[in-house]
Design a protein around this ligand. Sequence first.
Ligand code: ZN
Length: 138
Amino acid sequence: MNLNFKMSELVKSQRAVKNNINNLPTSTDSLDNMLFLIFNILQPLRDRFGIININSGYRCPKLNVLVGGAVNSNHLYGRAADITAKEATLEQLYNYVIAYLDFDECFIETNKAGAQWLHVAYNRANNRRKTNKDMRAF
Ligand SMILES: [Zn+2]
């Protein structure tokens, strides 16, 4: 597999910059998790569907609070990314992950403003294959 993901794609955050938060992982464990996420989910999706944008990847505790993330969010450990694709629908990404990849979480999520993305997570210790199946119909 040729990797063309950069770690910087998983840590960049305009919210963090605006709020003067240094959103970098402080443990090698989080860095390992990010690599596993890239290898097992993000790169395969990019290889299959082309341009994949990461809206939110790793979140340090301060950033996670700021964006209203779950208390024990996979984002805190470098295990999750919220993504969109330029030339594929979220439903296509969702169905591909479920059919072909190993994963911990695969959710199509919507915020109050109506923006949508795919939340994917990989947990090398325990992949639970959690989905929000109710979203499959759209
Ligand atoms: Zn997420």
